[in-house]
Design a protein around this ligand. Structure first.
Ligand SMILES: [Fe+2]
Length: 294
């Protein structure tokens, strides 16, 4: 078992930016003792029907970083998202910072490089990113140390990022009344997700957890923050009394009924390139739609 350098004495300032088009929550995470910050899971806006990309969500985050007078050190992706496009390169161009993701991105690039028939010019070595994290890797945001926990299951490259007493769980857990993320994309595994969730729930009960998504189940308002203690007690998929075998059966049956996310086709092509839009042979931004390929 990896020993993780948990430090509950650091309380980063966390600001959430909710994207109603994809129910994604992006975060600015600021060091309270310096001007350093990070952005986690940014969003680039797309009108897929029109093939039009815009940057309102990212612009709001950029403006806030500038307003706070912060230095952006990291642009982190918890995983290759299948439901929204990353704005990482757009933000990096304006604010700097290193783009980081889990090292298993190479597995995802290999899988979807084939699905989208990307050919040899598409590198499958993660080289589109500035940093590839392994389980337990640490990094600095000013005086704060962050670390990555390898949490496969939803995808093979998922990582949870822990910075002081705040953990950014990506698509492992949802709010207690939302449960857990699906595991039926290529390389997903309900068994792995259960083990990954147990790693998150082994963090201190007071650890703040920040969701990547919330869908406001049963008509409640959108929420994104809870704690390890709350999830252990109340999570409807993995809370008290749910065995691993129960979870795998339940998750597999549920996933079989889910539709593909509306933006999976553009999201994968962009996000496996660290947020860069692919181009055609003339250099024009262009996306593909593989027929019956997913
Ligand atoms: Fe996801």
């Amino acid at each position: 078992m990896t020993q993780y350098p948990v430090n509950m004495d650091i309380t980063p300032v966390v600001e959430a930016f909710f994207d109603p088009a994809t129910n994604t929550i992006s975060y600015i995470v600021k060091d309270p003792t310096s001007d350093a910050c990070a952005i986690i899971d940014s969003v680039m806006d797309i009108d897929y029907a029109a093939g039009r990309i815009t940057y309102d969500h990212a612009d709001a985050m950029i403006a806030r970083v500038q307003q706070m007078g912060c230095r952006l050190e990291w642009i982190i992706e918890t995983h290759v998202h299948a439901d929204h496009l990353s704005a990482a390169p757009y933000i990096q161009e304006r604010l700097g910072g290193k783009i980081g993701i889990g090292s298993k991105i190479m597995v995802v690039q290999d899988t979807f490089g084939k699905v989208f028939n990307e050919g040899t010019e598409f590198q499958r070595d993660g080289s589109q990113f500035d940093a590839l994290f392994e389980d337990g890797d640490t990094y600095q945001i000013g005086n704060m140390q962050g670390f990555a926990i390898y949490t496969p299951g939803h995808t093979p490259a998922c990582m949870v990022h822990v910075i002081g007493n705040a953990a950014f769980v990506g698509d492992t857990l949802f709010m207690p009344d939302g449960g857990s993320a699906r595991c039926d994309f290529p390389g997903g595994s309900a068994e792995d997700l259960y083990d990954s969730i147990m790693k998150v729930l082994a963090l201190p009960d007071a650890m703040r957890l920040f969701m990547c998504h919330d869908y406001g189940p049963n008509g409640r308002d959108i929420q994104w923050e809870t704690t390890v203690g709350e999830e252990k007690e109340h999570n409807i998929h993995v809370g008290r009394g749910r065995t691993k075998a129960d979870f795998i059966t339940f998750r597999t049956e549920r996933d079989a009924q889910l539709d593909m996310p509306r933006l999976i086709i553009p999201s994968l092509q962009v996000n496996m390139r660290a947020g860069a839009v692919p181009t055609d042979s003339d250099g024009n931004p262009m996306l593909k739609v593989p027929i019956n390929g997913l």
